[in-house]
Design a protein around this ligand. Sequence first.
Ligand code: BGC
Length: 744
Amino acid sequence: MTLALAAHASNDAQMNQFIGNLMSRMTLQEKLGQLNLQVTGEIVTGTTLSGEVVSQIEQGRVGGLFNLKGTERIRQLQEVAVKKSRLGIPLIFGMDVIHGYETVFPIPLAMSMSWDMEAISRSARIAAVEATADGICWTFSPMVDVCRDPRWGRMSEGAGEDSHLGAEICRAMVEGYQGQDLTDRTTMMACVKHFALYGGAEAGRDYNPADMSHVRMFNEFFPPYLAGVEAGAGSFMASFNTVDYIPATANRWLLTDVLRDRWNFDGFVVSDYSGIIEMTNHGIGDLQQVSARALNAGTDMDMMSYGYVNTLEQSLAEGKVSMKAIDQACRRILEAKYKLGLFDDPYRYLDPKRAKKEIYTDAHRAEARRLAAETFVLLKNDAHLLPLARLGKIALVGPMANTRTNMPGTWSVAATPDRYSTLLEAMERATAGNAEVHYAKGCNVCYDAELEKNSTMFGHEMRDPRDAAEMRDEAVRLAQQCDVVVAAMGEPSEMSGEGSSRSQLGILDAQRDLLEALLKTGKPIVLLNFAGRATVMNWEVEHLSTILNVWFGGSEAADAICDVLFGNTAPSGKLTVTMPRNEGQIPIHYNHLNTGRPNSKWFTKYTSNYLDVPNDPLFPFGYGLSYTTFSYSPITLSGTTMSRSGNLQASVTVTNSGAVAGTEVVQLYLRDLVGSISRPVQELKDFARITLQPGESRTVTFTITPEKLKFYNADLVYDCEPGEFEVMVGGDSRNVQRLKFTLE
Ligand code: BGC
């Protein structure tokens, strides 16, 4: 046994003994209390604590609280638990710290476009430093649901459509949040969510069932969750959707057979918000029945259903659940508290001095700004309009040009938007003394006021009461007087995220009309597209020369956009979602299976295609331009055969063939040409992010290992099969060079 392992074992032994002792003194009600997680609402009145939750805590009926902000308020409640409840068990405080805390990083979908694992991990690290400085020790992140359907609003919260990239990002984030040691006061416990398949929601409608073969689950949707287990994530969250017709929250195959028995997960599982009581709507029982089913399936903690705390006692008496199952869930939650060091010091995350010093610091903001600039994807720059010169007059128009609250993006619970810049402010700063920036809003988000209201809730309202024609004319007049137009358009932040599915994914009507009117002025136009998902933009691609997708870049988004707009940094983001030509192509993803009648042309009768749209997307997975160009040498392979214990090297030399420095993401894809089951036409297996000065070359070498060739077969056995493989290397999934080798 190594020293580290021995230390671990003795820590475990101490923990088991401590928790064993504690549990021997707990009543059934106190055990059930540990399984109960709730939000507080506003419970602090002056210095007096009021409300139902306080008496619940005193009675030991609450195990944790979430989405409460500020050390003072958290301390007050922790004191109730520690000083007033019979056993003084500390509460665990959770929060949706999804992409940063007060320093907000880009939305997770955007972060994935950077393909920058170190920066993503650092973003999680910084989020942990800030959140723990403010009393939070548990985050409901990372969200790792693979998604191939941009109608689903929560595509914004994940890493896109690819499971390999998703797994890498999950690992990076869990490591960033948890660090090496959970008792460290600057680390917090991660919660991998939403287990499982939440991103597979039928028709892209939130909370809908996800129904797919187990082969697809294991090969294409599960890898990021498994990566979370391997990275040591302390907790998992069950998803709202059904899997095989059973809600995930009560799905024993998922939560026990796969998660615990197959993957050896040893943390705890929390339900999603009211996920237990919602199973009554799924039609699998009343609150008592669904609570018992959830516990028996492996859901340890009940978020906001009050099903465990109120019904499990009766279920125990009726033999519907066992004491063993209750004890096990309780033990797992106490273990999490122990691992976080809460039994040593319940106030360890409640140092007000840290809150003042460590939140929204210059260093954190600089990091967020850098990462945001890496996430933008340059879709088109035909006229080399970008980067813009800091010269003359710039017309800034569009509904996203002068809004502060919409910059951070969905799920920014701890954001303090008053301190963040609008794009207008940042552009004025970036051009001061050189160019003039003039602003006209030009249009609202869309003509339909109701749709706009539903897409800009939670303090993000932005509707202008003026008449549409009046607003448009004002912007057109402004454009006529300026040299170039920057159109800040797209979705406001609540148009993606939870409960924000869309059936039509184009640029909205009022914004499209404004673009048409602006085009008629003949002035060059740069479209900045704000989005939490893939946008359908054929018309824009056909009519505009310049499109930069900026997603939602977080608290420093506005400055980061200027960094790229004016060329301090060349864009380097690459799409992690396929951009469809229209909604009818959805679900669309690059790593699909072949059909018996494939068709790469459009149209041939009796082949797999549409009458009215080609099969290929508008922009493929992995795509994104720079301000420079990269040339690729022919790829080489170190051999044409590989043994099951060997490996091969695939190499390519990439040269920056343009005039400015730039970063390229070199991508390795593989295809298993003959297998016991049909295999995808290509799968991302590796990538390298390299920065090159003009004229500089670098050779990138990928090692192809047997591990990269493995997949789950029809019996869900994970292995590689001998035969021929194709290697593809390139700057996006479509634009690749190919070679073959044989696995012996
Ligand atoms: C979401 C989760 C989130 C939870 C707690 C739910 O509605 O699905 O992702 O962590 O709320 O706020």
